[in-house]
Design a protein around this ligand. Structure first.
Ligand code: SAM
Length: 239
């Protein structure tokens, strides 16, 4: 499996990704603001507008971490389950939810590759900045498909590759030089952020990822690039 600049045995990736998020959990939200100069908030707002959660729906927010996506969907009245493989991230999320008085969320530790939910349990599945950390992306997509009802929607927000010339170079320089430094300054951890940047570079480009979503069984797939594809919203439908 790819892990930052290295290739490592697949069975190691999960533990190493786990260590990274446990390390940064407490600083995760500040880091997102620092690294994206607040832009991640706009991307997440846009993502949730696409999901259009509605009251009465059951929605699974996978790799939900500290709750950013779930908190944005909660006002809709949908029943939201936040799942993540990392208990430290979920703990921070639960504390944040309590502070905001958000009591209706379900929190459930889960590996995206093998969910314990029954078939056809959800109306929508969301995953934001999570799928590239999963060891076997195809297994996570198959599980997303399995737990969705017929007519259910799949939405993924993830970094991709910008197709804007010039911008790509600027972003490359920024991410390789500055991001690990910011990681060092704020979270005291440059290596975790080196991994995160490299995992972005290694993730399949938009058309290839869309093909993977189709291969999992989804139809009517769509890709919406943001900033030329620096970030992208992929979606699909379970017919
Ligand atoms: N969705 C949140 C957000 O947008 O702020 C958190 C994104 S964070 C960059 C990535 C999350 O993916 C981490 O919380 C990590 O624990 C989780 N993750 C990594 N591998 C996972 C897996 N196999 N199953 C479920 N969650 C996983």
């Amino acid at each position: 499996a790819s892990f930052g600049y290295e290739d490592i045995p697949a069975e190691e990736k999960e533990a190493r990704v786990g260590a990274i998020f446990s390390n940064v959990a407490r600083k995760y939200d500040v880091m997102n603001d620092a690294m994206s100069v607040g832009m991640h908030r706009l991307w997440k707002d846009k993502f949730v507008r696409r999901v259009r959660p509605r009251a009465g729906e059951a929605i699974l927010d996978m790799a939900g971490g500290t709750g950013d996506i779930a908190f944005r969907m909660a006002p809709s009245g949908a029943a939201i389950t936040v799942s993540d493989i990392n208990q430290d991230m979920l703990n921070v999320g639960m504390e944040r939810a309590e502070k905001r008085g958000l009591t209706g969320l379900e929190w459930s530790r889960q590996n995206a590759e093998e969910l314990t939910f029954p078939d056809r349990a959800f109306d929508a599945y969301t995953i934001a900045f999570g799928i590239r950390n999963v060891t076997h992306v195809d297994r996570a997509l198959a599980e997303a498909y399995r737990v969705l009802k017929f007519g259910g929607r799949f939405f993924c927000l993830e970094f991709s590759t910008t197709e804007w010339p010039g911008f790509a170079e600027v972003y490359d320089a920024y991410s390789h030089k500055l991001v690990p430094r910011i990681g060092q300054m704020i979270a005291g951890d440059a290596d975790s952020y080196r991994y995160l940047i490299e995992s972005i570079r290694r993730f399949p480009p938009m058309p290839e990822f869309e093909r993977m979503i189709r291969a999992a069984g989804f139809t009517r797939t769509k890709v919406e690039p943001i900033l030329g594809g620096l970030v992208a919203i992929h979606s699909g439908w379970k017919a």
